[in-house]
Design a protein around this ligand. Structure first.
Ligand SMILES: *[C@@H]1O[C@H](CO)[C@@H](O)[C@H](O)[C@H]1NC(C)=O
Ligand SMILES: *[C@@H]1O[C@H](CO)[C@@H](O)[C@H](O)[C@H]1NC(C)=O
Ligand SMILES: *[C@@H]1O[C@H](CO)[C@@H](O)[C@H](O)[C@H]1NC(C)=O
Ligand SMILES: *[C@@H]1O[C@H](CO)[C@@H](O)[C@H](O)[C@H]1NC(C)=O
Length: 639
């Protein structure tokens, strides 16, 4: 049987969700794929053991209970027509459940390899030897449970499929309340972006989806773009029970009756060189095509070999299509919600023959680098590329400067011990300690804003960060400042002061005077602005306290012009009074926040008597968040 679900139709559907112009539209599909074996083996999840449920497996004949690339790649045949591909692909077996019997359904099988890229220069790389991956969640009972992006699982009931327009019905799951006279299509799309390092991680974190399935961009953390596999099984529900609606009749091999337990697995057995040649053959990248139309792959096509290919290491068990059985293999009772039903008595497992056991391959890739990852030499800032907006950096803060340059931003990030420096929209600098694992990489041309302070440089793009890294920049260092209580030039609050316990203007302001004043107020942080205004508190308020570059605190203190007392607009020179003073121990005896009004009589050396009006702006009433969170800064971020 051969059901042809038009790839043009599919691509048309997908294209609606694609916003960016996509220069690479190539996709391959392979229709000549035959079942290899249906058995309870899962070399990924249950190496050298019995899998929890039955799988319907396609591909290389070396399939067994372990996975080792060399062994799989050396298989004598593949049940997929392209004999250069000794990979295995599988989904759970689907059963028809009626009157307490379970009937394994036959399926036509096919895969697609989507080769779409975010930009034409981005290579699609061959699967690394040893790669294995899963897509979907066998325990899911809703689409949200699957953790998959929209469109990664599809259920289509084929009806009048060959008329125009066709009568197919797409559904959220497999419980169609109609029959499907040409079959039930279930598809799973695998993630496309690889981290370049791990060949398998049980949490799946070695692979990521792009931001738009097979279109879109790979996250910065997963820079290697691989072919986007879509595995498609078309189940012959109509052969066993023609005319009967599917609703409440279908059950996956793990007992799931909702449909959402659909998942799929891939273990790589490709001949890497051949796949790489095909991925670089212009005649194979002209659009949507069958794999057979790709000249590089055509010479490896052999449908007859595929059709007769048998598991060379033997099979654990056999469940012929359409032969009813009394229960699902293993402990897999019907399961629609809640936790998985247990079996009482327990169901014994079959014995695993030695021929199906073996040694697992490495979980970490060790071949030539796929990424040429840019590790910066010490104390230099190295360009990392153009990534998503300000929220792409972790523990970040940002500020703007109309005369921004790359250098200014980098030196600010270094001052604050941040190894990532990102420029945004020509005027913003974002510093962060790490890159969000979900951050996306964009084409360099997306970072095309000229720096306000140097028109010959770029400073990011609209909502895009131009990212630099200096792995040595991890220690806070306010160069040239010797006061050990100094904690940097920081931003005033947005809607109210950054410190709210006490506030005073004084035309003879000095740093010591402000510190002493705040100590008298029993506060632990002192801050000065405008050369003459001192404020005190125990924690930052009103969004204040965000790091700024040292050179933005450049207004001399009114009472001692060789000291700096903040900036002229929004910046504060700040001091942590719980830190040791120069040449001595911590000065502060401050403890609990004080709500007393400011009656000033300083107690420290350099006693001051307050002669000016004291303005108390409010007690420190709310325990404001101490450390800013980059989410708070989102107002600057992605346009
Ligand atoms: C199941 O039982 C019902 C009622 O007896 C019957 O109509 C139906 O044909 C049976 N289904 C199968 C597959 O035998
Ligand atoms: C890595 O560098 C080598 C040598 O410069 C080059 O041939 C290869 O194409 C690069 N790989 C990537 C992924 O950029
Ligand atoms: C003014 O500040 C400088 C630098 O902190 C300091 O060395 C000097 O002693 C101060 N002068 C007075 C009169 O306090
Ligand atoms: C002040 O220093 C103390 C001791 O190192 C530290 O726990 C506290 O977080 C600092 N406060 C600020 C606002 O930097």
């Amino acid at each position: 049987m051969k059901v042809t679900l038009s790839i043009i139709t599919l691509l048309g559907f997908i294209a609606q969700t694609s916003s960016a112009v996509d220069p690479g539209l190539a996709a391959w599909h392979l229709d000549n794929m035959y079942p290899l074996v249906s058995e309870r083996l899962d070399p990924i999840v249950a190496p050298n053991g019995i899998a929890s449920h039955l799988h319907r497996i396609i591909g290389g004949s070396a399939f067994g209970a372990n996975y080792n690339y060399d062994q799989y790649n050396g298989a004598s045949c593949s049940s997929a027509a392209v004999q250069a591909d000794k990979s295995n692909y599988w989904m759970p077996q689907l059963f028809w459940r009626e009157n307490n019997t379970y009937v394994p359904l036959k399926a036509g099988t096919r895969f697609y390899y989507f080769l779409h890229r975010n930009n034409i220069n981005e290579p699609v790389k061959p699967f690394p030897p040893g790669l294995r991956m899963l897509a979907g969640n066998l325990n899911a009972k809703t689409y949200a449970d699957t953790g998959l992006p929209t469109g990664a699982l599809n259920f289509i009931c084929l009806k009048n499929h060959f008329s125009t327009p066709n009568g197919d019905t797409a559904g959220p799951d497999f419980n169609f309340n109609i029959d499907c006279p040409q079959g039930l299509v279930t598809t799973v799309r695998f993630p496309t972006c690889w981290d370049g390092v791990n060949l398998y991680k049980s949490d799946g974190s070695h692979m990521k989806y792009t931001d738009n399935l097979q279109f879109g961009v790979c996250p910065l953390s997963h820079p290697v773009r691989l072919p986007g596999i879509m595995l498609e099984y078309t189940w012959q529900t109509y052969t066993y029970r023609p005319g009967v609606p599917l609703k409440d009749k279908l059950i996956w091999a793990n007992g799931d009756t909702t449909g959402y337990g659909l998942h799929a697995d891939f273990v790589n057995g490709w001949d890497t060189d051949i796949l790489n040649q095909a991925l670089n053959d212009p005649d194979c990248l002209t659009g949507e095509m069958t794999m057979t139309a790709c000249p590089t792959l055509a010479m490896y096509m052999n449908a007859a070999t595929a059709q007769s290919c048998q598991p060379e290491r033997g099979a654990l068990e056999s469940f012929p299509d359409f032969q009813p059985i009394a229960s699902l293999p293993g402990c897999n009772l019907p399961w629609a919600s809640g936790s998985k039903p247990a079996c009482n008595p327990a169901v014994p497992n079959p014995t695993l023959p030695a021929s199906l056991k073996g040694t697992d391959g490495s979980l970490v890739y060790s071949g030539p680098s796929y990424t040429n990852s840019t590790v910066s030499p010490p104390n230099t800032w190295t360009r990392q590329g153009c990534i998503g907006g300000a929220t792409s950096l972790v523990n970040s803060f940002q500020y703007s400067d109309a005369a921004m340059t790359q250098d200014k931003c980098q030196s600010t990030c270094a001052e604050w011990g941040m190894q990532y420096s990102g420029l945004l929209s020509g005027a913003y600098c974002v510093c962060g300690s790490d890159v969000d694992p979900g951050a996306f990489h964009y084409a360099d041309t997306s970072c095309n804003s000229k720096c306000g302070g140097d028109q010959t440089q770029t400073c990011g793009g609209n909502g895009k960060l131009e990212l630099f890294r200096n792995p040595s920049a991890t220690t806070v260092n306010h160069a040239g400042i010797t006061d050990p209580q100094y904690i940097g030039c920081r931003r005033e609050g947005g809607n109210g002061h950054a410190l709210t316990a006490a506030y005073i203007n004084y035309d003879s302001m000095t740093i010591d005077w402000c510190k002493n004043y705040c100590t008298a107020q029993k506060q632990t942080i002192a801050a000065i602005e405008f050369g003459r205004t001192c404020m005190c508190g125990n924690s930052w308020a009103n969004g204040g306290g965000i790091p700024y570059p040292q050179n933005q605190c450049n207004v001399p203190c009114k009472g001692n012009t060789s000291q700096m007392c903040g900036g002229s607009q929004i910046t504060l020179s700040t001091f942590n009074l719980t830190l040791p003073r120069a040449g001595g121990s911590a000065s502060s005896s401050a403890s609990a926040p004080s709500s007393s009004s400011a009656s000033a009589s300083a107690t420290q050396s350099g006693v001051v008597t307050i002669t000016k009006t004291v303005t108390v702006t409010g007690a420190c009433s709310s325990p404001a968040t101490r450390r800013r969170n980059h989410r708070d800064l989102k107002f600057f971020a992605d346009a």
